[in-house]
Design a binder for this molecule. Structure first.
Ligand SMILES: Cc1ncc(COP(=O)(O)O)c(C=O)c1O
Length: 449
């Protein structure tokens, strides 16, 4: 496979639909998915987006760029899904309300628009993630894409092979690998966390052997905010001949990720964690794409990358919104937002530290940490605390965040906790209101509103 450039727009198009026999799929891709405004579609959604919505919204203060943002509502639930940016909403509504809703790879203008949507989004994802080669696959979310991808590796692995997973990872980056291992008789080695909630690179590297085929590791923990040293892990894994699959669902909103610099082999994320719609994004390198095949290959999706991992028709509106979210992240002052998020995280950690009944789990203040603060209040179950905070307009998650192994590693007997995530629209006032509310809860000074 060759490297995609702007002159070769077809390769990134997800091939779906019932209109193109598998043999014609590649030429359909190459012919029809290049233009940003479609090869004849009436809408021209990408130019419309650029001129009318994103430009306008980016001139506003951050919280006002989010139509769902409300004064008096304090949204700390971002690690479960952020508010959606206005430009994402605008372009999705414009697409769904317009004349260009059609399946892709047809010979008529509306269908060309769908081809252009996929190509335009891929181009923006490439820019955001620094992906020079490889291809993107879209799907419902990270779990769906990871399960699909891992399943596509089945025939490439045998009983003597080994996999490495980590104690820190979300279950969606553990269970599919464990299921594959059980089905194929592979050995799974789990890299342990330290009691303080870190995942030292050596803990992963020590579990890699000459038999290791894949290492599955998170770029940032959705439960504790831990950020492992991915570069060291990937380098060490490659030295041993292993591939690396990166779960970047939590990371993308807060860290700039450069796939080419990292050198990972596969990378997955989901746009609803970074101000976009509910849409999963999987990137796989050319080398991996060539060997990945699902047993239940559906001919309409094609047999070449990335079509062979795409099951059925693409969710074009979500792919379009994902492209807008990707462009948003490339146009925002990411460094400035990251600094602001770190300051708010430090403010929150410092505030919670003054409350004797509160125990914070996971790493302390650090520039190398995702802005997620997870804590317990002595004598108050996490679910009750979250419900009481919710009554005051403060949205936090509670439980183990589908990262039960990570939570048990830092709090074995009582892994349930409250989680507050900082997002681009979080303010100092939001954080102060949360700290004051937790202090009141902890001191039993809580009155129902
Ligand atoms: C780090 C991480 N990985 C994986 C997932 C699973 O993502 P999805 O719900 O899109 O399948 C999540 C969702 O919360 C997550 O935070």
């Amino acid at each position: 496979m060759s490297t995609l450039t702007d002159e070769e727009p077809g390769k990134d198009a997800v091939v779906t639909g019932d209109q193109a026999p598998a043999g014609e799929v590649d030429s359909a891709r190459a012919d029809s998915s290049g233009g940003e405004s479609g090869a004849g579609g009436a809408g021209g959604l990408w130019p419309a987006l650029g001129s009318r919505s994103l430009d306008r919204e980016l001139a506003k203060p951050l919280p006002q760029q989010f139509p769902g943002w409300r004064a008096g509502s304090h949204r700390f639930d971002g690690p479960g899904g952020t508010l959606v940016h206005a430009a994402v909403r605008d372009v999705m509504a414009s697409y769904l309300g317009g004349p260009d809703v059609a399946n892709d790879h047809g010979a008529f203008p509306a269908s060309h628009e769908s081809d252009a949507i996929v190509a335009g989004t891929c181009r923006r994802l490439r820019a955001l993630f620094g992906a020079r080669d490889g291809c993107f696959v879209f799907g419902q979310g990270m779990t769906t894409l990871t399960t699909t991808f891992v399943r596509s590796l089945t025939s490439t692995l045998g009983a003597r092979d080994e996999l490495v997973i980590t104690e820190l990872d979300h279950e969606a980056d553990r269970a599919p690998w464990q299921a594959l291992a059980a089905a194929r008789g592979l050995t799974v080695r789990e890299a342990p966390m330290s009691p303080s909630g870190l995942l030292p690179a050596e803990a992963v590297l020590d579990r890699i052997s000459a038999r290791t085929k894949w290492v599955a590791v998170t770029a940032a923990s959705n439960a504790l905010g831990t950020v492992p040293d991915l570069a060291a892990i990937i380098k060490g894994a490659h030295r041993a001949g292993a591939r690396v699959f990166v779960d970047a669902v939590q990371a993308v909103a807060h860290q700039c990720i450069d796939i080419a610099a990292l050198g990972c082999d596969a990378f997955v994320t989901a746009a609803y964690k970074w101000y976009g719609p509910h849409c999963g994004v999987l990137w796989i390198s050319d080398e991996i794409a060539d060997g990945a095949h699902l047993p239940e290959q559906v001919p309409s999706a094609g047999t070449l990358p990335p079509g062979q991992l795409s099951l059925g028709t693409t969710n074009f509106e979500a792919v379009l919104g994902t492209g807008v979210a990707a462009e948003l992240l490339t146009r925002w002052d990411r460094d400035g937002i990251a600094v602001a998020e770190q300051q708010l995280t430090a403010q929150l950690l410092a505030g919670l530290d003054t409350i004797p009944e509160v125990r914070v789990l996971g790493p302390g203040p650090s520039p190398v940490r995702s802005p997620v603060v997870t804590f317990q209040i002595r004598g108050l179950p996490a679910e009750r605390a979250a419900a009481l905070l919710g009554q005051r307009g403060i949205s936090v998650w509670h439980g183990t965040f589908y990262a039960g192994s990570a939570m048990r590693a830092v709090s074995r007997d009582n892994p349930e906790a409250v989680r507050a995530g900082i997002a681009a629209y979080t303010t100092q006032a939001d954080v102060q209101i949360l700290v004051d509310a937790v202090a009141a809860l902890a001191a039993g000074r809580w009155e129902s509103p």
